[in-house]
Design a protein around this ligand. Structure first.
Ligand code: AMP
Ligand code: TRP
Length: 335
């Protein structure tokens, strides 16, 4: 059966291998045979401080990354969140449905706000509610994301059910299912196998950016942290070696090999052998995406037109659903 897919990526710069393997690669696989909507979530990006000029550029670059990774702008709706006002409007309503106790449990807020919670933006705190609005506005049945978004999706499901209970409209807001890959949904930093590969890591060496050139990729993999023991002989040993495991995960995710196959390929060899194979593979698969991003960015008009068309298509769906939501709530319809 056809799935209704919705997912979003923040235009906060530095899209990296974790974003690609954890999310965007999945978007591309899902575009065949499903109705897919992919959103540049600029409203989410401003939950932490953004330079306006950079936000503008990063939004365009995110669209370029979607297309360069293989998304088809005709098959899918590709749009930016702030152009469809229903997202912010529905988020307000869901703020009134959600409970403070639920939001207080969100671990990502705790991580991002750090030690100075009093100084975090209110937007960062209610960010998962906006995410729920994004998804529920389109009656999405499935949401492909990396592992870090799992808790936000559970919250989205709770919010959907509570809306239906509060307004006695079972089934009106669809309860979505997450799509989170088993093995490769959490790509770790190249400098610390316990830390997620992240846009906001101050060390450039911690991540492979999708627009890194060949020499940069080779250099980053060469310098990636490993331990001094010989290559693990089985999956259980590998699980105890976070940095080795991460390199193998990246290798398997790109080559679509199983972990067992990779272990037998590298067993008994030293890490430099794995690193050479891995950089060859990343250069072969990721460099063409970077090249295509650079090519697409030369024609900003084209990228803006992709968004304009997507915005119209998304807006048409969102407005109809929002009106129905307003009716359920009891708002007067006088426009
Ligand atoms: P963001 O850049 O935070 O908007 O994330 C976009 C998508 O990439 C989301 O689905 C994230 O879950 C996913 N993602 C981000 N970082 C990683 C990572 N290190 N490993 C796997 N998936 C990730
Ligand atoms: N919160 C997600 C992230 O930081 C991005 C996002 C916003 C999203 N809205 C969404 C993902 C809706 C899936 C569906 O990565």
């Amino acid at each position: 059966m056809k799935k209704k897919i919705f997912s979003g990526v923040q235009p906060s710069g530095n899209l990296h291998l974790g974003n690609y393997l954890g999310a965007i690669k999945n978007f591309v696989n899902l575009q065949n045979g499903n109705d897919c909507i992919y959103c540049v979530v600029d409203l989410h990006a401003i939950t932490s401080k953004q330079d306006p000029k950079l936000l503008n550029l990063n939004s365009i670059e995110t669209v370029a990354t979607f297309l360069a990774s293989g998304l088809d702008s005709k098959k899918n709706i590709i749009f930016n969140q702030s152009s469809v006002s229903a997202h912010a409007e529905f988020a307000w309503i869901l703020n009134c449905v959600s409970r403070v106790g639920w939001i207080n449990r969100m671990t990502q807020f705790k991580e991002k706000a750090g030690t100075n919670k009093e100084n975090a933006s209110v937007g960062l705190y209610v960010y998962p509610v906006l995410m729920a609005a994004d998804i529920l506005l389109y009656d999405a049945s499935h949401v492909p994301v990396g592992n870090d978004q799992k808790q936000h999706l559970e919250l989205t499901r709770d919010i959907a059910q509570k809306f239906n209970n509060d307004f006695s409209c079972e089934g009106f807001i669809k309860v979505p299912e997450p799509i989170i890959q088993k093995e490769f949904s959490r790509i770790m930093s190249l400098k610390d196998g316990q830390k997620k590969m992240s846009k906001s890591d101050l060390s450039e060496q911690s991540r492979i950016n999708l627009n890194d050139d060949k020499d940069t990729i080779i250099n980053k993999i060469k310098k990636a942290k490993t331990d001094s023991s010989a290559f693990p002989a089985n999956k259980e040993d590998l699980d105890k070696r976070p940095e080795a495991k991460n390199l193998i995960n990246i290798y398997c995710s790109i080559s679509e090999k199983t972990i067992e196959n990779a272990i037998s390929e590298f067993q008994g060899k030293n890490f430099s052998f794995l690193k050479d194979r891995l950089s060859d593979l990343i250069v072969e698969k990721i460099c063409p995406i970077g090249n295509e991003i650079r090519k697409l960015l030369k024609d900003k008009e084209y990228l803006l037109n992709v968004l304009k068309e997507g915005n119209q298509r998304a807006n048409a769906i969102a407005q109809i659903k929002l009106r129905k939501i307003y009716d359920k709530i009891g708002f007067l319809n006088l426009i």
